[in-house]
Design a protein around this ligand. Sequence first.
Ligand SMILES: [Zn+2]
Length: 413
Amino acid sequence: MELKDMRINGERLQQSLEEMAKIGATPAGGVQRLTLTDEDKQARDLLVKWMKEIDLEVTIDEMGNIFGKRAGKNNDLAPVMSGSHVDSQPKGGRFDGILGVMGPLEVMRTLHENNITTERPLVVVDWTNEEGSRFSPAMLASGVWAEELDRDWAFDRTDINGKRFEDELIRIGYKGTLPCKQSPLHAYYEYHIEQGPMLEREGKIIGAPKGILCLHWYDIYLEGEANQVGPTPMEGRHDVLCAAAEMILKVNELPDRMGGNMVATVGEIQNYPNSRNIIPDKLHFTVDIRSWDDDLAINAWNKVAEDFRQIADRRGCPIKIEETWRVEHAPFSDKLVQGILDISSELGYSNLHMVSGAGHDASYMNHLAPTAMIFVPSIGGRSHVEVEETTWEDCTAGGNVLLHAMLRSANEK
Ligand SMILES: [Zn+2]
């Protein structure tokens, strides 16, 4: 068979995704596979087993990242890498992350059964804790691998019950010995569901994002004065929940106020003591701001932070603001993005040049090597929910684009 006629086995890809979806399956058809839980361990064990079945050289680093390497003709050349994550959101979907690990695994299975050896080695990777929902921030282990986050700081991250990241990594048996440190890469591809509505809206099969929006996370803490709600008059209250309500609307109005081209969200709130007959006196909420324009996002934040201070002042609720995490917008490699569009067209798949609103491990890889992503449609644009869905046909289409993108890069001398 000529290389250009080669296709992945869509049925096998489907079976692997279905097998993985059983691990942490939720009643409503999603998965709950939080980082470093027993479910994460089970998914990892299965991945390692599948990697070994096709003779990949499996290594695990000290952050628990799992690499499966397929030798090339010239192993002195930097490899082509593709991967994503097996962890999920609480009550997440069956495609987010796992598609980007099963996809390149299927590419390697296809090459294995056709006895194809590429010029450069190929690597499939599972990055630990992409989601950041158990241990903040997201993309933790790819960030350490890219040397943009500190390893010991990452080890000390704790979950809501105070469990340490490193302790949980050891508990599930995935603290490897390999240093978590970047090594040369020729190219990085990440295959992922879109998680938004654009492909479906435009009626296209393959999305090639020109890059990822910047991502800024903030944590806001308010202090007020608790009291019995009945006897306490309305005037003179220091009610943190009312202060937060005003602030949250300011966040929601922010994109309009800045002239668009950004999104701003409050997704998480903790109110104390959270009792119907006590005026709330302690509160924490998060702010998430994303844009292609980093300066716009920072200007927007400065404006809304000033509003927060005024509201806090007026309501007599002292405020503490933490700038938790900032990742700059990531423009991908023009050459690789164009390659994804060209390959899609050659394979007969309609395609769209777009942006990614969601963060991915590819953001960090983009600082190390030419990087691109392949998106397939999310039905109804829904993700991070149990009803997350993508058709098997589209999963296969994306897998074929990934196959030819990886082949193209891996046969470059
Ligand atoms: Zn993901």
